[in-house]
Design a protein around this ligand. Structure first.
Ligand SMILES: *Cc1c(COP(=O)(O)O)cnc(C)c1O
Length: 466
């Protein structure tokens, strides 16, 4: 064994204890951690010969990079849709690294990790009150979840014409209907060779909405003359958190032949809120659903699940099975995750989720979701009441989409946001909505409190009145 490795192995308790203390320091001061950093960082291009050991590596890391690590997991990072990490999820995440399992088969002489993953999927279905006829698995993020779901959709489209796209390649145009697909779904169409230009845009409903106009959807479906198609719907658009009408779409299932995908990366968590879960009614009828765990579930990156109806299991294995041989028998009998998703080798991503779900339960997640909704409402009410700002859309769930008041201040919005983010006390994202330059604040972090909102409101007023 190499000297440095031997030495580190002997000192492993000291190494881990040092990291634990540094981690605690970070977490205990998280609300004060800057939410952005001006550090450019200096890139070293040569690797030293003998190595310096773990403790010295930590010192070097601290000297070079630590100060520029931002508080994106903290209470005032409202950019993109960025979750934090619950205490129990960090426990699970640490153990995932330490156990270092390769999560694949549920049977045979393997480990228990695939069983843990399956149990975690069941717990997620229970949390969302979804039926048990979905097969689910963990991937790195909602992008890869969309990818997995849409890959099965692509195979389904081929099957409708008696073709096997997985083997033959795509030999016909695939029609996709959608109103406001997330950018990552468009990226997936491009990665899957379906072609992002093949989206047929469906109108949105009247009245500052981002949801599908069902009448226009029917018109566009009829134009396809019975050709099977792919419908990509949203459970929560990123700008205004609008939901497509899943009850109405469920009713179309009997009439038309299509694959129905729901991107519920964060909006799926409306299911945890007694006052908001109705927006998801009918979603259990979808063929596939995308849910992110590193957003509103508050587990560390990278973590998301896909859910695909079990009845599509043969299609799913036709895409992902790790050998070209046809699947003999029922793929669920000798279940192996590597036949159901893109990766072969996989870490036990389910464990942080399992820990967090078990530790906080349905009530815990109801509170996290309700709190985020409350925070968004509070900021939204301030914006509505204050002369400097205006809402670009109603606050429907957990996002606030706003801008500076008046057309004449449109040119100042970007500068305002730069100044606000430069305070490093809060971070928000630029956006464009309805042709206007806007700003988006998204609430999914379990730590955010009313005091955080007040602190940010003060900064906003200071900058806007200059
Ligand atoms: C965040 C998000 C995605 C992409 O998720 P990643 O986890 O970043 O890959 C997809 N769809 C929606 C609606 C999202 O909010």
């Amino acid at each position: 064994m190499n000297e440095q490795l031997k030495d580190d192995l002997q000192k492993i308790d000291r190494l881990l204890e040092t990291v634990r203390l540094q981690g605690l320091d970070f977490l205990n001061q998280l609300p004060e951690r800057p939410t952005s950093s001006e550090h450019k960082g200096e890139i070293t291009e040569t690797l030293n010969k003998t190595g310096i050991g773990g403790l010295e590596a930590l010192k070097l890391f601290n000297k070079k990079f630590e100060k520029a690590i931002i508080g994106s997991t903290g209470p005032r990072y409202w950019g993109f849709v960025t979750g934090g990490s619950t205490p129990a999820s960090i426990m699970g995440d640490w153990l995932t690294s330490i156990y270092d399992q390769n999560t694949q088969a549920t049977k045979g002489q393997g480990d228990i990790s695939a069983i843990i993953e399956i149990e975690t999927i069941k717990l997620i279905l229970d949390l969302f009150n979804l039926p048990n006829d979905f097969i689910g698995g963990f991937v790195t993020g909602a992008t890869m979840s969309n990818f997995t779901c849409l890959a099965v959709a692509r195979q389904w489209i081929g099957k409708q014409a008696g073709k096997d796209f997985a083997k033959e390649g795509i030999t016909q145009k695939i029609n996709i209907l959608s109103a406001v697909p997330h950018s990552s779904a468009i990226k997936c169409l491009s990665m899957l060779g379906i072609g992002s230009n093949n989206i047929i845009k469906v109108n949105v409903e009247n009245g500052n909405r981002e949801s599908i106009d069902i009448e226009d959807l029917k018109v566009k479906i009829k134009k396809l003359n019975g050709t099977p198609f792919l419908l990509i719907t949203s459970a929560g658009t990123v700008n205004t958190v609008d939901f497509d009408d899943f009850k109405a779409i469920s009713k179309l299932r009997g009439e038309f032949n299509f694959w129905w995908h729901i991107d519920g990366a964060f909006g799926a968590f409306a299911a945890c809120s007694p006052t908001h879960k109705h927006v998801l009614e009918g979603w259990e009828n979808a063929d596939s659903i995308t849910i992110d765990c590193h957003k509103w579930l508050n587990v560390p990156y990278e973590n998301a699940v896909f859910l695909v109806k079990e009845k599509h299991k043969i299609l799913q294995t036709e895409i992902f099975q790790n050998s070209n041989a046809p699947y003999l028998g029922n793929p669920l009998d000798n279940f192996n995750y590597l036949n159901f998703l893109p990766e072969n080798s996989r870490r036990l991503r389910a464990l942080p989720v399992w820990f967090s779900l078990v530790a906080y339960g349905k009530k815990g997640y109801e509170h996290i979701v309700e709190n985020s909704i409350e925070m968004a409402k509070t900021l939204g009410e301030f914006i509505e009441a204050n002369n400097h700002f205006e809402l670009l859309a109603p606050v429907r769930l957990n996002n606030v989409c706003f801008t500076l008041s008046g057309q004449e201040r449109q040119s100042e919005v970007s500068d305002f946001l730069t100044k606000l983010n430069s305070t490093a006390k809060v971070f928000m994202t630029p956006t464009v909505y309805n042709g206007k330059t806007g700003i988006r604040a998204s609430f999914v972090n379990w730590r955010t409190t009313k005091q955080d909102i007040e602190l940010v409101i003060n900064e906003m007023i200071k900058i806007a009145s200059h």
